[in-house]
Design a protein around this ligand. Sequence first.
Ligand SMILES: Cc1ncc(COP(=O)(O)O)c(C=O)c1O
Length: 407
Amino acid sequence: MDRSRHFETRAVHSGEHRASAQEGRDGTFYPISTPIYASTTFSHPSVQTTDRILGGEEQGYSYARYGNPTVSAFEEALVSLEAPGAEGEIRAFAFGSGMAATHAAFASAELTNGATVLAAEQLYGSTATLLVQVFGANGVETRFVDAYDLGAVEKKVAQLEPRALVVESISNPLLRVADIPAISEITRAAGAALIVDNTFGTPYLQRPLELGADIVVHSATKYLSGHGDLTAGVVAAGPPYSDALEQLRKLVGGVLGPFEAWLGHRGLKTLPLRMGRQCENARAIAGHLASHPKVAKVHHPSLQAHPDHATAGRVLSGTGGLVSFELAAGGREAAFAFLDSLKLCVKAPSLGDIYTLAIHPATSSHRELSPSRRERLGVGENLVRLSVGIEHPQDIISDLDQALQRL
Ligand SMILES: Cc1ncc(COP(=O)(O)O)c(C=O)c1O
């Protein structure tokens, strides 16, 4: 879609081929929402056409693992949000989960025997484990760096000459904000691929491909779909990565089903509305908690005290929908008591949903780490993470207040 259209407009219309969609049998209607093509294979008026499509000389659909119109609609919409104006060059590929998408992104960057990958210390635990265990078993060495310390990144890139650097646009759970333009200058100069997990940022807050990243990956299970009812992943990249991704998806086969793609596409249409509200709510909640006597510290990029407050102002168009905070009462018992007292906020892992979700990172997202590594990353027993939803902010604040009051 025309890049001069605003983000909100592209979110609603991209990927839909209304005028050219197949007409109703009597020629009087066409669907305004891309249908769910629940078909494993596609036939054509002539075998010559099938031959050309299978040979790659003509665009079209032949077999669902190679492509499905409902899945393509979702992918096109995602490209129009992540890389407006570069639709011809950048392609998106949907997968059955965020982890499947992440695996494909790494494989497309040729993380093969003998390669070194530099990864942010703050990465999502399963992403780090995927690198160390799965890619490690195939001869890839993973080294870690504090990706929010540019000096350290520069030094390690020069020293290790990695094939790729992996970072999240906003980290979990302390919501550190990566300086993607500065990091991409370092990786470009060194000839390394920059892979950005933009799950927490979403294209509403940042478009890493426009800032110099080579590959963007998402758990679409989170904000992109937004309703806690879909597991999916997406990778967006240009050549040579896009060619590798297409081939990898065909051969490894972790495709997204048409029902899930339809849900994901529907979710994208309200992404700006949801994210706008979630950012506003998170900012209000962070401000409220920052002066609460039962809260020791709040982590949110909107706060002056956040180490990346200035970076966020430069590289994000909002400060995100997650808020983490440390309770003044130390220890796991206080954190559990607080969480168990919540009446509106839902105690559940995951994030990015319309509902406000609350978790205890030390026993959920960061459970697999040793206590000393958690300590080093700042994930204490008294830390609580909120994924702020789209409810009225006052209702969320009242729920947090009554639970804090019980401590
Ligand atoms: C930042 C990030 N990346 C990737 C993933 C993996 O996504 P999925 O659970 O959809 O496989 C997650 C899941 O929590 C995540 O938080």
